[in-house]
Design a protein around this ligand. Structure first.
Ligand code: AMP
Ligand code: ZN
Length: 467
């Protein structure tokens, strides 16, 4: 597999630190609002990366944090006359609602900045001890000049970065590029006890601390939106590598931005959409599909037409899925026919096209094309009234495996409702009374497909669900 590494600006062969294991960290949301459709891009893309690595047989440990303390969270709390932790708690809950809707799996760890204050203080102390940080009136700053490789991720030397930077009004730091590791408490703001007086962490330090805590000093992949590259990720590198004395992340992956009708999304342009807004109109699935229809490193343009196209494409996938689910239960009995064997032999080619696309720096657009090729093949066979159950089941397994990597399509096996089960049992009883054993067997098989087991007892038919 090849991935584009922002650090080297090249597509590189992906090699893990430990055989078959991947340690992945992705910067998560600041929790002061519902997340917007732009934010959903990295969440979806890196969920797909994780799923694909798992599909390839890697054991993935995935960490995505919540920034639960920062200016925006505090501002929101003040506006509502509540506390920062209440705001964070609310929007973490809302994050999980939207993430679940979008088919984003939970990370192995979702740590909060405020749960890691001890670790943050420890790392800041280490940075001071090693000469990479200094205290100034209760603030602690990172001394960027002390870290020679500073700028290596953004490929800009420190002098160039400095030229574009300014020192804020209330700051006394030595150099414009120095950034806060710890901020002295301001009146009315939440704060924690530290060796430098009461205060709270700067933003960048939490990710260095959480990555170390859950994944170790060196990780395989670190990811986020391209805006995080500088300064956030540059600062994470400076912190982690100076404190740990080891390389921080081997691969840095960044998604490009999402625009709305070719414009930057912003509240002032009135084109700011949360995922919740869009999901209420069109559902969550088309958002995910839309996001995967372009390469993650290309800017993507959100429009009404684009989401409609996603809806149409998904409908085609879902029709095929419904059809093979049905034929798996209702197709012909008996062995595979020759034409079906030939068709199944072609699946390998679609699988390969899918993996080749994904191996090429996660080309989800081409991976979707491979899924459509498979669907076309399956539809051709399923159009024949002679199609067998065995074929439909094989087709289902093959298609579902690929859809599952991208998290698209209605592949979940719906649980039958108790009432539906009882209706079918009644129909079967009637069929048996009429000595229509073909029909009664068909119903028994159909229920078996759905994991419902029937027991014929002297008191009548009883049933239970498998597992
Ligand atoms: P934030 O909560 O602002 O820290 O952002 C969470 C994630 O969303 C980060 O990885 C950002 O880089 C990413 N992000 C923010 N805006 C956009 C956008 N318009 N398009 C794509 N990614 C974005
Ligand atoms: Zn981060």
């Amino acid at each position: 597999m090849k991935v584009y590494n922002t650090l080297t600006r090249q597509k590189e062969e992906f090699k893990t630190l430990e055989p078959n294991k991947v340690k992945m960290y992705s910067c998560g949301p600041t929790v002061y609002n519902y997340f917007h459709v732009g934010n959903s891009r990295p969440f979806i893309i890196f969920d797909v990366l994780r799923r694909y690595l798992e599909y390839k047989g890697y054991e993935v440990t995935f960490v995505q944090n919540f920034t639960d303390i920062d200016d925006k969270v505090i501002k929101k709390a003040n506006e509502e006359g509540t506390t920062y932790d209440k705001i964070a708690e609310r929007y973490i809950k809302e994050y999980f609602t939207d993430a679940e809707g979008l088919g984003i799996k939970k990370a192995n760890y979702h740590p909060l900045a405020t749960e890691n204050i001890d670790g943050i203080i420890d790392m800041v102390k280490t940075l001071i001890d090693k000469g990479f940080a200094y205290e100034l009136n209760g603030d602690v700053y990172y001394n960027t000049k002390a870290f020679a490789p500073y700028g290596k991720l953004s490929h800009q030397p420190l002098e160039e970065l400095e030229a574009g930077a300014r020192i804020g009004v209330n700051e006394e730091k030595k150099d414009a590029m120095d950034f806060a590791l710890w901020k002295n408490a301001k009146p009315g703001e939440p704060s924690w006890v530290s060796p430098w007086g009461n205060g709270r962490p700067g933003w960048h330090i939490e990710c260095s601390v959480m990555a170390k805590r859950y994944l170790g000093d060196t990780i395989d992949i670190h990811s986020g939106g391209v805006d995080l590259c500088f300064p956030h990720h540059e600062n994470e590198i400076a912190q982690s590598e100076a404190a740990n004395g080891k390389p921080f992340a081997n691969y840095w992956m960044h998604n490009a931005f999402l625009n709305i009708d070719n414009k930057k999304m912003s509240k002032s342009l009135n084109n700011f959409f949360t995922v919740r807004d869009i999901a209420e109109q069109v559902g969550y699935e088309p958002i995910r599909f839309f996001m995967l229809s372009a390469h993650y490193r290309s800017p993507i343009n959100y429009t009404r037409e684009a989401i409609e196209q996603a809806q149409n494409a998904l409908a085609r996938i879902n029709t095929a899925i419904t059809n093979i689910k049905f034929l798996g239960a209702n197709g012909k009995d008996g062995d595979l026919r020759d034409v079906e064997k030939e068709s199944i032999a072609k699946f390998e080619g679609f699988n390969k096209a899918f993996s080749d696309a994904m191996d090429d720096d996660l080309n989800t657009a081409d991976a979707i094309a491979a899924i459509f090729d498979m669907i076309r093949e399956i539809n051709t066979i399923c159009a024949d009234t002679e199609v067998t159950k065995v074929y439909a089941k094989e087709a289902k397994t093959a298609l579902f495996a690929l859809c599952d990597v991208l998290g698209i399509g209605n592949i979940a096996e719906e649980e039958m409702l108790d009432s539906e089960i009882e209706d079918l049992i009644n129909q079967r009883t009637i069929a048996r009374k009429n000595k229509d054993y073909k029909e009664s067997d068909r119903i028994r098989d159909l229920l078996k497909e759905k994991g419902i087991i029937l027991y014929d007892t002297p008191q009548g038919v009883k049933w239970s669900r498998e597992n």
